[in-house]
Design a protein around this ligand. Structure first.
Ligand code: AMP
Ligand code: ZN
Length: 477
């Protein structure tokens, strides 16, 4: 049997994944906070652990893998969103959770075995908090319950920080009811319209960290094999999960897997830089989910990852070729080299390299091996169609208004320019469209086009360009 080894952020070493005494591999991953559409960084997290989930199932058998990814549906950002919009919290979290599921399905992300919601596990959290109070590592103060960090042995081991560094580096909230600024909230009072549950410490709601400790115990027991999340969660969230669970006597996770963060064109993705986008933004722009997934896999999870248009083009071109060579072919056996690359701390770029070779040598093995990492799945394949001017091949609902109004029109204008032997303008249009990821194919009677990956600024630039061409050709509408 292949041995999967992963870089463990706690020991800073490569560790083999072992089944527990019952033969099971358990994995807990911190999932989304549901108040808004998943952005591309959230999607990277889901895809990274989806690849690991698929690999674990392949190596250990689906029946022996238990993957739990929670949904954080209690959070002050959710409360703020409800207050802003006048909608109920339940409405917002239900809608956002459904969006998340839809968007992740488009990326070929499998649904984990358990997807527990925080609000369904308040009782488990309260039990754990009561234990922490009984263990004298948590205290009650003014309706709050706080975890006393200075009493936790080994606190900071995961992120390798001393307490004093943490205080300097983190934005710790100083509050009069805290014995120490580092102490973190296990329970806090709810007032007015804030969501709240009755508890021995008054009506209130849990702090963020306790939900993962409680839900991990509920579904995976006091010890399990893998705990995952983004590097942004290592401190304080994972440090606090460890402190809570070990104070309750749990061995907790054997291996900690943290993926690096996502950037866009070399810069941090942020709303203020205007390079922030959601998975839905990309899908709506016509970037197929399979292409997004492929781009993620081009970078190993442990490296910062850059989303670039160039990579999306490369991914799309490769996938088109792979889909062409595997058309009508049945999957054969997964190539051992692909499994080995993945078992080697999820070396997805190496796995893709092997797939490229298989595309030339063995289409059956390509298909089986690509499907192991969630590519070339039949249900991800309906993006492969073309659109012609005035008529559509494929599903009309997939064509956006922008494509109808601007791209079709430009393809039409080019067709007319060519017919009028105005080749300079025809070439200018072709080049401009290509620059934005749209390629044109000519036959005798018509031009058809297909999207490679339409560029991010196409919707801004092309309408103006179209106007200039219409003027040149004297065909303003
Ligand atoms: P959140 O909804 O912010 O709690 O995050 C859900 C998951 O997405 C967590 O595992 C985060 O580590 C991950 N995540 C958030 N932002 C990014 C990013 N820019 N790049 C990669 N992962 C991210
Ligand atoms: Zn967590």
């Amino acid at each position: 049997m292949t041995e999967i080894s992963l870089h463990d952020s706690m020991s800073r070493r490569r560790r083999p994944v072992r089944r527990d005494a019952t033969g099971r591999v358990g994995m807990y991953v911190c999932g989304p906070t549901v108040y808004d559409r998943a952005h591309l960084g959230n999607a990277r997290s889901a895809v990274v652990f989806d690849v690991l989930f698929r690999l674990l199932r392949h190596v250990h058998g689906a029946a022996n893998v238990l993957y739990v990814r929670n949904i954080t549906d209690i959070d002050d950002k959710i409360n703020a969103r409800a207050a802003e919009t006048g909608r109920s919290i339940g409405d917002i979290t239900a809608e956002t959770t459904a969006w998340y599921e839809e968007d992740m399905a488009q990326l070929g992300v499998l649904v984990p075995n358990k997807v527990p919601r925080a609000t369904d596990h308040i009782a488990e959290m309260q039990t754990m908090i009561a234990t922490l109070i009984a263990e004298d590592i948590a205290y009650v103060a003014e309706g709050h319950v706080l975890f006393e960090v200075r009493r936790a042995e080994g606190y900071g081991a995961l992120s390798r920080r001393s307490l004093d560094d943490m205080i300097a580096g983190a934005r710790v909230e100083v509050a009069p009811w805290k014995r120490d600024p580092m102490d973190f909230v296990l329970w806090k009072p709810s007032t007015g319209g804030e969501p709240g549950w009755d508890s021995p410490w008054g009506r209130g709601r849990p702090g963020w960290h306790i939900e993962c400790s409680a839900m991990a115990e509920r579904y995976l027991g006091s010890q399990f094999q893998i705990h995952g999340g983004g590097l942004d969660l290592q401190f304080p969230h994972h440090e606090n999960e460890i402190a809570q669970s070990t104070a309750c006597g749990h061995a907790f996770a054997e291996i900690w897997v943290h993926h690096e963060m996502l950037q866009v064109e070399g810069r941090k993705m942020s709303k203020s830089l205007g390079n922030f986008f959601t998975v839905r933004d990309l899908l709506d722009r016509g970037v197929p989910g399979e292409v997004i997934r492929f781009v993620f896999l081009m970078t190993r999870y442990s490296k910062p990852m850059d989303w670039t248009e160039a990579k999306a083009h490369e991914a799309e071109t490769t996938l088109r070729r792979w889909r062409a060579v595997t058309k009508g072919i049945e999957p054969s056996a997964t190539a051992a080299a692909v499994t080995e690359a993945l078992a080697d701390d999820l070396n997805t770029p190496a796995a893709l390299g092997i797939l490229r070779r298989l595309a030339r040598e063995d289409p059956g093995a390509l298909l089986a091996s690509a499907q192991l990492i969630g590519l070339l799945e039949p249900e991800l394949g309906d993006w492969e169609w073309e659109v012609g001017p005035g008529h559509l091949i494929g599903r009309p609902t997939d064509v956006t208004d922008f494509e109808k109004d601007v791209v079709h029109r430009l393809v039409d204008l080019r067709f007319q320019a060519k017919r009028d032997k105005n080749f300079a303008v025809a070439d200018e249009i072709r080049a401009k469209l290509l620059e934005h990821g749209i390629s044109i194919k000519d036959t005798k009677d018509e031009s058809t086009w297909h999207r490679q990956t339409i560029s991010l600024n196409a919707e801004e630039e092309l309408p103006e360009f179209m106007a200039s061409i219409e003027e040149k050709l004297g065909r303003a509408q």
